[in-house]
Write a protein that binds this ligand. Structure first.
Ligand code: B16
Ligand code: MG
Length: 217
């Protein structure tokens, strides 16, 4: 019985995934390399430090601990510059309406984002009041694909994992949801999000009522 929704942020509610991509590319170029949009799929949902490890590996640069820490700070500064103007208008198609409908129907709602910037982005979008709990990169030790962020999200809204439906746009996040024992809707294609129970291009392509009926059949 689904009674709660656990939302990823970047790429599900708001299109900040594109800003992470731009900031990571700038980082790769600083290291004398670059990476493709296909490789970027591997960075989605992955923590800042784990993402940088991959970027360093792809560019084959040699980076000491001090430089690694400085790059983490710099990447975040570039990202913050890019998201400065984010507002409700940057919600992905149908996302804000979907959240409002779920909230109005009494479905428990938690955020399960890898991003340490998630609370700030939700504030900028004026959506914080729709969430019963917010679990983000500041509250977890293990990043996705580890299920910690979603297990903590479920616990924070007082539900068991099997009572929760996760919404994810990253393969790491889909794996986290399934490992955690939750149902999962992939926001993307079945090719990139293998393992999700259902796929939609955006939240606007379905409704909370339709999904609850579908999973509680
Ligand atoms: P930050 P999500 C994730 O957010 C992003 O998809 C990923 O690209 C980013 O590296 C990660 O957050 C950490 O973000 O640097 O802001 O802490 O998709 O889990 O909402
Ligand atoms: Mg995401």
């Amino acid at each position: 019985m689904i009674r709660g929704f656990l939302f990823d942020l970047d790429g599900v509610i708001v299109d900040t995934a594109v800003f992470h991509f731009q900031a990571w590319r700038r980082c790769a170029q600083k290291l004398g390399g670059d990476f493709t949009e296909a490789q970027n799929e591997e960075l989605k949902g992955v923590s800042r430090a784990d993402s940088l490890k991959k970027v360093v590996e792809w560019t084959k640069a040699s980076v000491n601990t001090e430089e690694f820490e400085a790059l983490l700070v710099e990447k975040n500064e570039w990202y913050l510059e890019l998201v400065q103007e984010v507002s409700e208008a940057d919600g992905l198609p149908g996302a804000v309406t979907f959240l409002e409908q779920a909230h109005a129907q009494g479905i428990k709602i938690a955020l399960g984002s890898a991003s340490k910037n998630a609370p700030m982005i939700l504030n900028k979008m004026g959506l914080t009041h729709l969430f019963d709990a917010i679990i983000d990169g500041n509250n977890v030790i293990n990043g996705k694909p580890h299920p910690e962020v979603f297990l903590k999200g479920a616990a924070a809204i007082g539900l068991d994992p099997e009572e929760c439906l996760v919404f994810e746009d990253s393969i790491a996040g889909v794996q986290a949801a399934k490992t955690g024992g939750m149902s999962c809707v992939g926001i993307g294609t079945p090719e990139t999000l293998e393992g999700a129970d259902l796929h939609f291009t955006a939240l606007g392509d379905t409704t909370p009522t339709e999904l609850v009926a579908c999973f509680n059949m």
